[in-house]
Design a protein around this ligand. Structure first.
Ligand SMILES: C[S@@+](CC[C@H](N)C(=O)[O-])C[C@H]1O[C@@H](n2cnc3c(N)ncnc32)[C@H](O)[C@@H]1O
Ligand SMILES: [Zn+2]
Ligand SMILES: [Zn+2]
Ligand SMILES: [Zn+2]
Length: 738
C-alpha cells in the first residue's frame, strides 16, 4: 500500500536528481518533447509502494515483474505511467485527448531495430549533406578554411522606418556572449556591425573597428526604438511578418582545432557574416522558391490564448515562423523520409522531424551564457524575441563523433537511438557517495513484445486517443489508476503542440486516422482557455467525469493516485469535487518534488516545485496522525512533511509549503464532507461547499500562520542542492480505516 510503503525522503531524493537531468534518468523521454513530464522515479515508486508490499527503498533497485497487474492512466501525456508500469510487465491502458500525446507514447512503446534506424538516419544526413550541406559551411577567420561549419546563425529582427524608408535593427542590447563559456564578452557594434570582445561587460567602451560607443539610444524596448539611420521613433511590431537580418555566426572549425580559442581549450568562434554567408542564405531562398513544396504546412495559426502573441507579431501561418533555409531543409527531409520503405523506421524519422521543428524555427533564442539554442518550447508559450537563433540543420559531429551544438538532425537521432536502447534495457541510477552507479534491471523492458524467447514475450498495451471523460475502456478491471491530470490553465498542450503536429500530419496524415483533424485542439481538453470559452466549471465537470469513470474501472479498494501542483487553494476545488463525486476517500496527500528549480518557467517565479500525490480509494486505512481538527493540528502534519523533504535534500520554500498545505486541506475537506456529499448539485455549488469548508477551517492563511517560523522563515525562491545523506524513514502508526 502506498500509504505505508511510500517514503517521502527516499522518493524526493530520487525525483530531485531526476528532474535536474531527466534525460539521464529516463532517456525514453527523448523520443519527442511533451510538456510537464512527471519524474519516472516518482511513478515507479508509487507503483512499487502499492504492488510490492515492502517499503519502496527495498524494492526500487530490484528488477520487478508483475504481469498480473493492470494499470490505467486517463491523462497519459508523454506516457510516464505507461512506461513505468509496462516496464515491469503490467498490462497498461492509457488515453489522451491530444493526438500528439497518443502518437508519442506509441513511439515510445513500439519496438525498433535501433541499428537499422541509425543506418537509415545516417543516409538521410548524407543526402542532406549532399543537397544543402554547403549552405551550413562558413569561412574560418582563424585558419581560413572554407569548410568550417556554422553552429548557429544569429538573426536580429528589423523594423521599417517610415521616415527614412530604411530598415532599422531591433537589438535589445548588443551583447552576444557573456564571459562564462567564452573567455571574453562578445558584442556586436550597433554602428558598423563588427563583433568585438571586451573584459568589462558593463563598460564595453568604444568599438575598436569604428571607434564609436555602442548606440544605446537605438536599442529596442517595449515595442519602441529610434531609427539607427535617422533617429526617428519607430514602433514595432506592425501587421506584417517580422523581418530578420543575419548579424553573427557561431561556428565550429575542424581544421584549426575544434572550437577552442588558440589552443586554450576554452571559448567559441564568432564572426560577422561575410558576403558568402549572405549569398548562401540567398541561395537557400532561391532553392526553396524553385521547389514545389509538398510537405511544408500551409495551415493558418488559429486564435488562442497562447497563439494570440504570434498574431500580435504578424504571424498568420505556421510556415511564417521559419526562414527559407529552415523550410528548405525540412521540406527536403520530409521528402526523403516519405520515401523510406520500412514503415517503422519511416514513422520514427517522422517523429524526429516533428521534434526537430522545435529547434528549426525563427522563435528559437540564443542563450548568451550557455551559448546554445533555446528551443521554441523552453517556456510553455510562444515568446517572441528580438534575437533569434537558427541552428545547423544537419548537426555537427565533433572529433569523437558526439554532437557539437544543438538542434540538428544528428542531435535528435542520437537522443532517439539512446531512448530506444534504454527501452530494451532500462536502468536506474544509484548515488553512492559522489559516485553515480548505473543499476541494470535485467528482465525489465519497455514495449509490446520482445524477441529472444520462444515464444516472444508479449505485453498488453491499449492506447486510445480520446476524451477520457467519455472514452470506453473495456476489459478486466484495473489494479491501479496512476495519473497526472492537467492543471487548470497551466499549459495549453494543444495550442503549443499544434506547432509540431501540422508538420507530422502533413508527412504521415493519410496513414494515421488519429490525425484526421487539422488541429490537436479539442473542445473537451481540460485546460482553462479563454479563447475556447472554457472556465473552471468546464474543468471541474471534465475532471469529475473522468475520475468517476476511472474509479468504476478499479477493483475494490485499489488506488486512484494522481499528482497535482498549484499554490492557490482555489485550483484544488475541481479535484476535491471529482474525488467526492466518485465516492472515493483521499487516504494520503504526499509531497514530492516534481519540477525542476532551474526550469525557465519556474526559476525566479517563486512558484513551487512540489507536487502533491493524492491517493484515493473506496476503502482502506491510513495513519491516524494524518487527521487534524484545526490549523494547529494540520501545521504539525505539514512540519513533518517539510522535515521529510529536508531529509530528501529539498529545502521547502514558501511556495512549496503553500502547495503542501493545499494538498492536506483538500484531503481533509474530502474526509469531512464525504458523508454529506450531494453529487447531484450543480458543479458550481459543489465547489462552493468545499470552499466553505476551507473557510470554516481557516483557509490556507490559518495553516500558514500556525506554521509560524517554519513558514515565515522559509526561502521565497528555490536553491537547489541535493544532498547525499541517506536516511530512510518508515514508521508504523495507528491507522484509520474507511
Ligand atoms: C499533465 S499532462 C500529463 C503528463 C504526463 N504525466 C507526463 O509525465 O508526460 C495532462 C494530459 O492530459 C491531457 N488531457 C487534457 N484533457 C483531456 C481529456 N479530456 N481527455 C484525455 N486527456 C486529456 C493533455 O493532453 C495532457 O497530455
Ligand atoms: Zn579554422
Ligand atoms: Zn529612419
Ligand atoms: Zn563599430
Amino acid at each position: 500500500m502506498i500509504e505505508r510503503h511510500f517514503e517521502v525522503p527516499f522518493v524526493s531524493r530520487l525525483a530531485l536528481r531526476e528532474k535536474q537531468i531527466q534525460q539521464n534518468y529516463r532517456p525514453v523521454i527523448a523520443v519527442h518533447k511533451w510538456f510537464a513530464r512527471r519524474p519516472g522515479t516518482l511513478f515507479r515508486s508509487l507503483i512499487l509502494s502499492e504492488f510490492a508490499e515492502q517499503p519502496v527503498h527495498q524494492t526500487f533497485y530490484q528488477s520487478q515483474k508483475m504481469p498480473e497487474m493492470r494499470v490505467f492512466d486517463p491523462f497519459m501525456g508523454g506516457g510516464t505511467t505507461m512506461m513505468e508500469a509496462n516496464r515491469i510487465g503490467c498490462a497498461v491502458a492509457g488515453t489522451d485527448v491530444n493526438p500528439m500525446a497518443w502518437w508519442i507514447v506509441r513511439q515510445e512503446l513500439l519496438e525498433l531495430d535501433v541499428a537499422a534506424y541509425q543506418k537509415t538516419a545516417q543516409q538521410l544526413r548524407g543526402h542532406l549533406e549532399k543537397e544543402i550541406g554547403h549552405l551550413y559551411r562558413t569561412r574560418c577567420l582563424r585558419c581560413g578554411s572554407d569548410e568550417a561549419r556554422a553552429k548557429y546563425f544569429l538573426w536580429v529582427k528589423t523594423a521599417h522606418c517610415g521616415h527614412c524608408d530604411k530598415d532599422t535593427d531591433l537589438f535589445p542590447n548588443f551583447l552576444i556572449s557573456e564571459d562564462v563559456r567564452h573567455p571574453a564578452n562578445v558584442f556586436v557594434c550597433g554602428c558598423c556591425g563588427e563583433l568585438f570582445e571586451t573584459a568589462d561587460r558593463k563598460n564595453p567602451g568604444p568599438c575598436p573597428h569604428c571607434g564609436n560607443e555602442l548606440p544605446l539610444k537605438h536599442t529596442a524596448k517595449r515595442n519602441k526604438t529610434s531609427c539607427q539611420h535617422c533617429d526617428h521613433p519607430v514602433r514595432y511590431p506592425d501587421d506584417s511578418v517580422p523581418a530578420h537580418r543575419l548579424f553573427a555566426l557561431e561556428y565550429h572549425c575542424e581544421s584549426c582545432g575544434s572550437q577552442s580559442v588558440a589552443g586554450s581549450g576554452k571559448g567559441r568562434l564568432f564572426k560577422k557574416p561575410d558576403a558568402v554567408d549572405l549569398a548562401r542564405f540567398e541561395e537557400a531562398d532561391q532553392k526553396l522558391q524553385a521547389l514545389c513544396p509538398k510537405f511544408i504546412p500551409e495551415d493558418d495559426i488559429p486564435d488562442g490564448d497562447e497563439t494570440a502573441r504570434l498574431h500580435r507579431w504578424g504571424y498568420k501561418r505556421y510556415r511564417e515562423l521559419f526562414n527559407s533555409r529552415q523550410l528548405l531543409g525540412l521540406e527536403l527531409s520530409c521528402r526523403w523520409i516519405s520515401s523510406v520503405n520500412n514503415e517503422r523506421i519511416r514513422e520514427a524519422l517522422a517523429t524526429n522531424l516533428s521534434d526537430l521543428t522545435r529547434y528549426q524555427n525563427m522563435l528559437c533564442r540564443y542563450d548568451s551564457m550557455a551559448l546554445k539554442s533555446l528551443d521554441i518550447f523552453s517556456v510553455h508559450g510562444f515568446p517572441v524575441g528580438l534575437i533569434q537563433c537558427e541552428s545547423n540543420l544537419l548537426g555537427i559531429a565533433g572529433r569523437k563523433g558526439a554532437p557539437v551544438g544543438s538542434g540538428g538532425w544528428l542531435n535528435i537521432v542520437e537522443k532517439f537511438a539512446k531512448a530506444k536502447r534504454y527501452c530494451g534495457a532500462p536502468f536506474e541510477i544509484r548515488h553512492d557517495g559522489l559516485r553515480k552507479v548505473e543499476v541494470p534491471m535485467p528482465g525489465e523492458w519497455i514495449g509490446t513484445w520482445r524477441n529472444g524467447t520462444h515464444p516472444p514475450e508479449q505485453r498488453e498495451v491499449l492506447l486510445l486517443c480520446a476524451d477520457s471523460a467519455s472514452a470506453k475502456i473495456g476489459g478486466e478491471k484495473f489494479d491501479a489508476v496512476f495519473t497526472d491530470p492537467p492543471y487548470f490553465g497551466n499549459v495549453q498542450y494543444a495550442e503549443l503542440m499544434d506547432f509540431c503536429y501540422v508538420w507530422l500530419r502533413k508527412l504521415l496524415g493519410d496513414s494515421v486516422p488519429e490525425f484526421a483533424k487539422a488541429s490537436t485542439r479539442h473542445h473537451n481538453e481540460l485546460t482553462g482557455n479563454a479563447n475556447m470559452g472554457r472556465g473552471l466549471d468546464h474543468f471541474a465537470e471534465g475532471i469529475s467525469d473522468t475520475i468517476k469513470r476511472s474509479a468504476k474501472r478499479l477493483k475494490p479498494g485499489r488506488p486512484l493516485a494522481f499528482t497535482y501542483h498549484h499554490n492557490q487553494l482555489e485550483a484544488y476545488l475541481p479535484l476535491a469535487v471529482a474525488i467526492l463525486d466518485a465516492e472515493l476517500v483521499c487516504s494520503a496527500s504526499l509531497p514530492c518534488p516534481a519540477e525542476m528549480g532551474a526550469s525557465i518557467h519556474i526559476n525566479g517565479t517563486g512558484s513551487s516545485v512540489i507536487d502533491t500525490v493524492f491517493v484515493c480509494r473506496t476503502t482502506g486505512r491510513f495513519p491516524k496522525r494524518w487527521l487534524a481538527d484545526d490549523a494547529t493540528g494540520l501545521a504539525a502534519v505539514v512540519r513533518r512533511d517539510i522535515e521529510m523533504l529536508g531529509d530528501g535534500g529539498l529545502k521547502a520554500t514558501q511556495g512549496d509549503i503553500r502547495c503542501i498545505c493545499c494538498g492536506h486541506l483538500t484531503r481533509l475537506a474530502i474526509w469531512n464532507l464525504r458523508a454529506s456529499w450531494d453529487s447531484k448539485k450543480p458543479v458550481l455549488e459543489r465547489m462552493e461547499v468545499i470552499r466553505r469548508w476551507y473557510a470554516a477551517f481557516g483557509g490556507l492563511g490559518a495553516v500558514l500562520t500556525a506554521l509560524e517560523k517554519d513558514f515565515a522563515n522559509a526561502e521565497r525562491s528555490q536553491h537547489w542542492a541535493p544532498t547525499c545523506t541517506l536516511q530512510e524513514t518508515y514508521e508504523s502508526d495507528d491507522e484509520v480505516s474507511f
